[in-house]
Design a protein around this ligand. Structure first.
Ligand code: SD4
Length: 305
């Protein structure tokens, strides 16, 4: 059986993000507050791949997607928002201050500014600038398989990392679940492209009676199977978090056939009892776990291939 409170999140960067969430969970705080504060650590960080320092779309604009969901089916998201440092906090405002679930593009930015968020300068980070210029030489769009270990399969583009998302789910001391997901999306995507991360049910889903799930990898193929929601439904039927994640990854593999080799899709899941698990299509996916027994646990997952 699991323990609470507990927070888990995608990739190695999740170790740092979990610390932000733990400060809140450890004081008996709400999972919702924890998952917001947690991924803000990553949105702020220069070492990773989400937020304004990340890679742009093919027209050179950094456009960010984020979503958040609480224990009562309240949810909010922003998509293709520009020049805002903390899209996750704007997503939370959409949830709490508007009659809507999702705001996109200019409207999302306008709403953020009206809520007091600062418009940051329109400027690529040095790393992103370099990577983008390099990419422009060929302008070939072929998303790379997201994995953690650069040495095993170096990104063609000379990136420091080759994934662009953090997803986090938490169970608080009161037994409530919440989740968050924030991303710059796939590098060099078409202008206007949305992935799974801002779509409730795809990149993130929480049902407080069952569990909470978030996804990373090729967003298009997570959307196709209503990924995170599907994992929650398998847990409802009694599967463990890991088995539920595996089922949905297998579904993606079946749909994609031979093309499954070229993409990554991974899920992490936490159930109502605080048990967690994950599964990926490709090797090289990691997730980070923090609870009172183990503050900085990094787990490698099993994979389909
Ligand atoms: C997307 N799922 O925009 C995101 C990308 C991702 O690690 O997870 N990258 O499709």
């Amino acid at each position: 059986a699991g323990i609470k409170p507990i927070v888990i999140s995608t990739w190695d960067e999740g170790l740092n993000a979990n610390q932000g969430a733990w400060e809140i969970l450890n004081k008996g705080g709400r999972a919702l507050d924890a998952v917001e504060a947690g991924v803000m650590v990553t949105e702020n960080s220069q070492n990773c791949c989400v937020g304004l320092g990340a890679n742009p779309d093919r027209d050179g604009f950094v456009t960010l997607d984020a979503s958040i969901m609480d224990e009562n089916f309240n949810c909010g998201s922003v998509a293709a928002i520009e020049r805002i440092k903390h899209p996750i906090s704007v997503a939370r405002k959409v949830m709490e201050k508007t009659p809507h679930v999702m705001l996109v593009g200019q409207g999302a930015q306008q709403f953020a500014v009206s809520q007091g968020f600062k418009l940051e300068p329109l400027k690529l980070s040095d790393d992103a600038e370099k990577t983008y210029k390099n990419w422009l030489k060929t302008s070939e769009y072929k998303p790379i398989v997201n994995i953690e270990n650069q040495k095993a399969a170096p990104a063609k583009l000379g990136d420091k990392y080759n994934h662009d998302t953090i997803g986090m789910v938490a169970l608080d001391a009161n037994g409530n679940l919440s989740g968050s997901c924030t991303t710059s999306g796939m590098a060099f995507k078409m202008r206007g492209r949305l992935g799974d991360s801002p779509i409730i049910g795809a990149g993130l889903y929480v049902d407080n009676e069952v569990g909470a799930v978030t996804a990373t990898g090729q967003g298009e193929d997570v959307i196709r199977v209503a990924g995170s929601h599907s994992v929650v439904e398998f847990m409802r039927q009694g599967l463990s978090p890991r088995e539920a994640c595996k089922k949905v990854v297998e579904r993606v593999a079946k749909i994609k056939g031979a093309k499954a080799k070229d993409i990554q899709v991974a899920f992490i899941a936490l159930n109502k009892n605080g048990e967690h698990g994950a599964y990926a299509l490709q090797k090289g996916f990691t997730y980070s776990v923090c609870d009172k027994n183990n503050q900085k646990q990094l787990l490698k997952t099993s994979s389909y291939f």
